[in-house]
Design a binder for this molecule. Structure first.
Ligand SMILES: [Zn+2]
Length: 328
């Protein structure tokens, strides 16, 4: 799933590509990715809007609109925001058919969804479940057809921006300024924010008796870190992922924050880690996968000490890989 570096890459690319562009028309072939608004409201409120800054918060891409609404796109495992120069006629026909089918389902679903709006707590839980499901299905082939376009923005300059999501585990929300403030306030601090001091980070980690890995992945405590970078940062910091937060010394917490920042910064420089589905805004893959020390390497030797890396699903059912010899 796209974590901080992948989402940052998408946001930076999109800012360069569509910052300043105007949305001429919005269509929603697969409205079940929508949050907060109905498909009709979504189309009405985005059509005619100019896209301002495109940036990242946690694992979401934020598009500021001239209407003061914000588009909050959370790709999770299979979502991708893609910018294209033009759409072929075959794709357009496929989408028109999909739109017709989806139209009748759209409003009923969107209404139900509006009633049961997921707040951040529920979202965090849903995210973990979605990731776990996607990891379980990791061996499946990934179709890449335009049929998986969930939202389609026709830009007035002739280009199109589309949100494609094969399994539709990701979400697209349209938030008013008030709603956005509540959403962002419920998330933990950004690990790369210089305002996050070692002292504050230590306070976040050392008050919880949960496994340190699960604290790092909890978006309410820390934003943007998921399974890949939690595994990697803990290996770099030589901390056993199952260690309780309360059992970490202040010095260990300080080292951990430094290693989190190092791994995230290195990955951003390489445009993230591509595993299965992640693609950047131009359909490209990230280069950090070659640098992974533990994630996906269970049974292989630790590059630091040579011991065989071990894997466990003891933490939130997610795949945890660690070195039993040098992570304490
Ligand atoms: Zn080792």
């Amino acid at each position: 799933m796209p974590e901080l570096p992948e989402t940052e890459t998408i946001a930076r690319d999109l800012h360069g590509a569509v910052g300043g562009a105007v949305i001429g028309a919005t269509s929603v072939p697969r409205p079940d990715v929508l949050r907060e608004v109905t498909a009709v409201e979504f189309a009405e409120r985005t059509t005619g809007a100019q896209i301002g800054r495109v940036w990242r918060r946690a694992k979401s891409v934020i598009l500021d609109l001239s209407t003061e609404d914000r588009l909050v796109v959370t790709p999770r495992f299979t979502g991708a925001l893609l910018i294209e120069l033009a759409v072929s006629t075959a794709e357009t026909r496929a989408e028109t058919r999909a739109e017709t089918r989806a139209e009748t389902r759209a409003e009923t679903r969107a209404e139900t969804r509006a009633e049961t709006r997921a707040e951040t707590r529920a979202e965090t839980r849903a995210e973990t479940r979605a990731e776990t499901r996607a990891e379980t299905r990791a061996g499946e082939p990934t179709p890449t057809s335009a049929d998986y376009t969930a939202i389609h923005w026709q830009l007035t300059d002739g280009r199109t921006l589309r949100y494609r999501d094969v399994r539709r585990l990701g979400t697209v929300a349209l938030m008013s300024p008030d709603r956005f403030e509540r959403w962002t306030a419920a998330l933990g601090p950004e690990p790369l924010d210089p305002a996050l001091t070692a002292e504050r980070f230590s306070g976040i980690v050392r008050v919880s008796s949960r496994a340190v890995k699960s604290i790092l992945m909890d978006q309410r405590r820390m934003a943007g870190i998921g399974n890949i970078y939690a595994n990697e940062a803990l290996w770099r910091a030589k901390i056993r992922p199952t260690r309780r937060g309360t059992a970490l010394s202040r010095a260990a917490a300080t080292t951990l924050l430094a290693e989190i920042r190092a791994v995230l910064t290195e990955s951003i420089a390489l445009r993230g880690t591509s595993f299965r589905d992640y693609r950047d805004a131009f359909g490209g893959r990230g280069g950090f996968v070659a640098r992974l020390a533990v994630y996906g390497r269970a049974g292989e030797p630790c590059t630091r000490c040579g011991a065989v890396l071990r894997s466990t699903h003891a933490i939130e059912g997610r795949s945890t890989v660690f070195c039993p010899a040098c992570q304490r």
